[in-house]
Write a protein that binds this ligand. Sequence first.
Ligand code: G
Ligand code: G
Ligand code: MN
Ligand code: NA
Length: 254
Amino acid sequence: LLIEYYLPIARQNDEFELYFQPKLDLTTNSINGMEALLRWDHPILGNVPPSKFIPIAEETGHIIKIDEWVLKKACLQNKKWSEGMFQIPLRVAVNISPLHFRHPNFVNMLERVLKETNLEPEFLEIEITENTVIDNIEECIACVVKLREMGVIVSIDDFGTGYSALSYLKNLPINCLKIDQSFIKEIAKNIGDIAIVKAIICLAHEMGLKVVAEGVEEKETLECLNELGCDEIQGYYVSRPMPSSEFEKKIIRG
Ligand code: G
Ligand code: G
Ligand code: MN
Ligand code: NA
């Protein structure tokens, strides 16, 4: 109840902050992008985790304004970082809630944000979940097609955990699958997880998609994923999500 009360004014009160978690490209062994993750620090409630406030933001519809704020902030930050860099700019990934992705104005909003922030579309990645797709396949395909035409990268997040059949993949022109942490955590010890991850990587590569493994916390996990031919990893082993100042110090200026 308190969350419902304070959430609508959190943005105006400047209580939101974006954290960034790097993604490591296993072929080049270099950081090639990051995921933007929202953090809410309230003066009375303290740090409220997204798992608590995102569902409420979805129920109340506030998620649309919140996602838009995140998108704009992430694009601005990435544009700023790309200007000071000599190497290839990084790609920033933003999570979009199912409700927002299905909103008829979503693509227009995204186009406007790209224009306003001047970020090249190929340096923006949109993460949607399987459930987003399954709830409305036809509209979702149309939306992904538009994003791809604009040059924006599209990924399926938490892959393998949604209530979905695999059939949707065939008609959805996405770029990347992000394997859910639950399959990754124990991969070095669990033959079931190895089999699943192996199959996902094979499926993805056959379809021309990249594969990112999430939740990599240990060296053995990385080594195992390297052997299986996984393209990128994300997780505490590389780095926890960091505030922009810290990300800049460690990753951008490295
Ligand atoms: O960072 P982490 O544990 O705390 O994130 C938890 C969940 O919240 C993840 O599923 C993530 O996708 C979601 N999340 C984090 N930031 C955002 C955001 O900006 N928008 C949306 N829609 N979801 C987010
Ligand atoms: O959007 P998505 O559902 O993928 O959100 C990723 C979540 O996973 C974020 O909450 C992020 O903080 C968390 N996370 C990222 N790396 C690790 C990790 O190595 N271990 C664990 N337990 N969580 C992680
Ligand atoms: Mn994500
Ligand atoms: Na995920």
